[in-house]
Write a protein that binds this ligand. Structure first.
Ligand code: GTP
Length: 365
């Protein structure tokens, strides 16, 4: 049992964040912007995670980047504005999750390393996960969350002491409701054992191998808020949960409510903003619009009477008067004409222009 305090443990831990994925499920939003940099409740998604890491007392953060690597450093620099020290490592070819972790090994200084998937919106306290890792003298500790329906996820059963028994792929009949939450603590020497310079999946290769070798792999289970922001539906829901305070973020304390509107945005009288809607910088919302659970990026124009639900409208798009949009993704600079209807799964690519009354798209039409 460790005698270190929680702040000592966090202070002697390095954080690694994997942000090298292509984010294909969120296309076209990720054509020009890496998924962790998409605006979420007013700031790049990754900033919420960095704020949680900083609040937990971890200072040194290494970002494992690949796709659009330069965008991260341009925004976060050396991290000092956030009270962090951020370093960057770029993979010329994406190395997968395990390969990405191995690739940052030369930057690590601490013996304990906490690794995060850069697209998970989580509410777990990091201190107790680190404490469990030390208490168990573990080689690796996985954060596990309980979900109501585990069929869509790989699940991870543990024994009464929290020791991981197996890593299971998605199955119709999961034996446990505990799933891998995409946050791991490693002993640094274990990271150095991952094969270098080749693609490795931490879930499919590294963890199963550690179990085979009888290494000390533990799970720390909780019921904290958790969402993988990989699909448009989850991205919209995660953003609105942040705005409404259902998902915690140190960046939004005291600012949560039904909607979050940037102070430079213009919202005309009679426009209704509901369900955790977020309105970005310089965006204009016309009179009589109704937006429910919508993420609107910067510089968007929405003309009077438009009704939009459960959708993402990327920067610079224009939505015509009385358009109806539900469950859709509108790419950067796209123009949706007046009275168009885009429903349930529609995705409009950047710059595409749809004329007035030009389309009625619905998967159930
Ligand atoms: P999809 O293409 O939509 O599946 O998204 P993705 O490419 O982000 O993949 P996934 O959601 O499975 O990735 C989980 C996390 O690992 C995300 O934070 C990714 O940024 C990160 N990631 C995935 N592949 C790599 C990689 O090859 N290198 C690095 N450094 N990170 C990766």
């Amino acid at each position: 049992m460790t005698t270190q305090s929680r702040s000592d443990i966090a202070g002697s831990t390095d954080a690694v964040i994997l942000v090298g994925g292509k984010g294909t499920r969120l296309r076209p939003l990720t054509v020009n912007t890496p998924k962790p940099m998409l605006p979420t409740a007013g700031v790049p998604f990754l900033k919420h995670l960095l704020a949680r890491i900083q609040a937990a007392g971890i200072q040194h953060v290494v970002l494992g980047t690949s796709f659009k690597a330069e965008v991260f450093e341009e925004y976060f620099g050396n991290g000092e504005d956030m009270g962090l020290e951020i370093e960057y490592v770029v993979e010329d070819q994406p190395l997968g999750t395990g390969g990405g972790i191995r690739n940052v090994a030369s930057k690590l200084r601490a013996d304990t390393v906490m690794v995060f998937n850069g697209d998970v919106l989580g509410g777990a306290e990091l201190g107790p996960i680190l404490e469990a890792h030390h208490r168990n003298d573990a080689d690796a500790t996985l954060h596990l969350v309980r979900v109501p329906d585990a069929r869509a996820f790989g699940c991870v059963p543990t024994d009464a002491d929290g020791r991981v028994l197996e890593f299971l792929e998605k199955t119709e009949d999961p034996p446990t409701d505990q799933i891998n939450a995409g946050c791991y603590v490693f002993r640094r020497s274990v990271i150095e054992e991952i094969p270098a310079r080749r693609v490795v999946s931490v879930e499919r290769e590294t963890f199963p191998k550690l179990l085979e070798e009888g290494r000390r792999v533990f799970g720390h289970v909780d019921n904290a808020y958790w969402r993988d922001m990989g699909t448009p539906g989850d991205f919209v829901r995660g953003s609105s949960d942040l705005v409404r305070g259902i998902a915690p973020s140190p960046l939004l304390e005291g600012k949560t409510g039904e909607a979050l509107v940037d102070e430079s945005a213009g919202v005309r009288d009679g426009a209704l903003l509901l369900g955790g809607t977020v309105i970005g910088r310089g965006t204009e919302i016309g009179a009589g619009c109704r937006l429910d659970d919508v993420v609107v990026f910067d510089g968007v124009t929405i003309e009077p009477g438009a009704v939009i639900e459960d959708s993402i409208i990327a920067a610079g798009a224009r939505i015509g008067a009385n358009a109806r949009i539900r469950g859709a993704v509108i790419g950067e600079g796209a123009v949706i004409g007046a009275r168009c209807e885009l429903l349930d799964g529609a995705r409009v690519w950047p710059g595409v222009e749809i004329p007035d009354s030009g389309i009625r798209f619905s998967s159930d039409a």
